[in-house]
Each structure stands twice: as structure tokens, then as C-alpha cells.
Design a protein around this ligand. Structure first.
Ligand SMILES: [Ca+2]
Length: 259
């Protein structure tokens, strides 16, 4: 889930871009005490767009270099218009997949301004756009790191200004991070050392988050901090406290949409 008004917190409904993703490694084998695989299936399903800025979704896999990839095949899509038979890659040292076909020509319900964030204009789960790809690597690779927090970098990039929104702690790729913005935690860039303060507000809130499972997203203009009372503590503790903040028992269901 993303809030798209970075570096401002905006309305903080956190529904500006919402996807589900699923990753499966095929043919896992233990080699020298390490689990390795050569084939990776990734499915991405768009759940909601509750923002108006022209952002497109991308996935960077920082554990996979572009030259380690043999091929990428789209083997199934649902509700993607026009249909695609391949994905575009962004030239980079790492593998970066352009997922903008997911958001093209969205079939918005009549009368809705956004996509699946208004209670009177919901989209059926079976109508959500979905892209499934198979990545074939030239050689087997250890699978452990590929999915880890900073390495699985699902992010947004604005088509006009180039603003990137990443999960907290991830350095942007080509976007010039607003280091001098007083509303953000200071980021120190000495040498090539990574700094965990990227994309943290001064109050330690964030613009992108991921959770295991299929968490409900907020209705338009609902305050995410009201919908999920434990979220602020979770974000502010970098995920150490309130780890069940997104469970239904801890949520205000009247402010949420389940798909
Ligand atoms: Ca919104």
C-alpha cells in the first residue's frame, strides 16, 4: 500500500496505490546448505488506486542483476487492457520490471472518481487486473535474500516529475531525495553506506508498507491511523511493536474495503 503525496503526508488514507503480490520459487534445491532456484513466478494484482497523481508501479529485485536473467515471460494476465505478452524492463544494474500495464484503461465503476476506494463503487475481486510472470535465471541462485525487505523493492514513480516512493529505508534510484525537507527524518549519506531513514517523516510515519496476507485498504479520505489504531506504533517502531496491527480485530471495519 502507498500514500502518494510524498514528501507531504497528505490525507494519509494510504489507499493511493494498493496491490497484492505472490512470489513462488520453482524447483528449489539445496546446494551447499543453501536453498537455490532458477525459476521465479511473480503475480501482481492491482487492488485500488485512490490517488490522482500519475504514478506507475515498478518492481526492483535488488538481489538479481539484469545480466543474470535468461528470460521473462508473461504467462497469465487477467483484466489487463490491452492484453500484453511481455513486460518492459527499466535499464539498470538490477532487474526492474515496469508494471504500468496494470493501471492502463481501468474499468472504473460508473460515477466513481477513484478505483475501488469508494464504498458505493467497489470493484469485484474477479475484475481486478493481474499480471503473472515467470523469470528464468541463467543459473540457480540462493532464494533467501530475494524477498527480504529492502531487496524486494516494489515502488512508485511519477511519470511527470520522476518522484519515487519506496518503502521506508530504501534509497531511491534516479529521483533526487529531498534531503533538506524539515518534515523528513534526516538522512546521512556518507560513502556508500545505506541509511535506514529514507522515506520516514520527522514523526516516523511512512509512505509505503507491506504486510503478509491480504490486508484491507481504507476507503477514500479515511485516516489510516483511525482505520488501524495500532499502525502508527508499528510504523514508528520500524515494525517492532504492534505487529498484528492489520488484523481485523484491531481495525475499524467501517473504514475498510476487503477484496
Ligand atoms: Ca486517497
Amino acid at each position: 500500500m502507498f500514500e502518494d503525496q510524498f514528501p507531504s503526508l497528505g490525507d494519509y488514507d494510504f489507499n493511493d496505490f494498493v496491490v497484492n503480490y505472490k512470489v513462488q520459487f520453482q524447483g528449489i534445491k539445496k546446494v551447499d546448505k543453501k536453498y537455490t532456484a532458477q525459476y521465479i513466478q511473480i503475480g501482481l494484482r492491482l487492488k485500488a488506486i485512490g490517488g490522482i497523481f500519475p504514478y506507475s508501479p515498478y518492481l526492483r529485485l535488488k538481489e538479481i542483476d539484469s545480466d543474470e536473467v535468461e528470460s521473462i515471460e508473461v504467462y497469465e494476465t487477467k483484466n489487463v487492457i490491452p492484453a500484453i505478452d511481455g513486460v518492459e524492463l527499466v535499464p539498470n544494474k538490477h532487474l526492474i520490471i515496469d508494471y504500468s500495464p496494470l493501471i492502463k484503461n481501468l474499468a472504473k465503476p460508473a460515477g466513481s472518481q477513484y478505483y475501488n476506494t469508494e464504498k458505493n463503487a467497489l470493484v469485484a475481486t474477479s475484475d481486478l487486473p493481474e499480471i503473472n510472470i515467470l523469470i528464468t535465471l541463467k543459473k540457480r541462485k540462493e532464494v533467501k535474500e530475494i524477498l527480504e525487505g529492502d531487496e524486494f523493492d516494489l515502488y512508485l514513480k511519477r511519470n511527470d516529475s520522476g518522484t519515487e516512493i519506496h518503502m521506508n529505508g530504501i534509497e531511491p534510484i534516479t529521483y533526487q531525495y529531498p534531503f533538506n525537507d524539515k518534515n523528513l527524518l534526516p538522512v546521512y549519506t556518507n560513502g556508500d553506506e545505506e541509511d535506514d531513514n529514507y522515506y520516514f517523516s520527522a514523526g516516523r510515519l511512512i509512505w509505503g508498507l507491506r504486510v503478509p496476507g491480504n490486508a484491507a485498504h481504507a476507503i477514500e479520505k479515511a485516516n489510516f491511523l483511525e482505520a488501524y489504531k495500532g499502525f502508527a506504533k508499528w510504523a514508528q517502531s520500524s515494525g517492532k511493536n504492534e505487529q498484528n496491527w492489520y488484523n481485523q480485530g484491531n481495525a475499524d471495519k467501517s473504514l475498510l474495503i476487503h477484496n
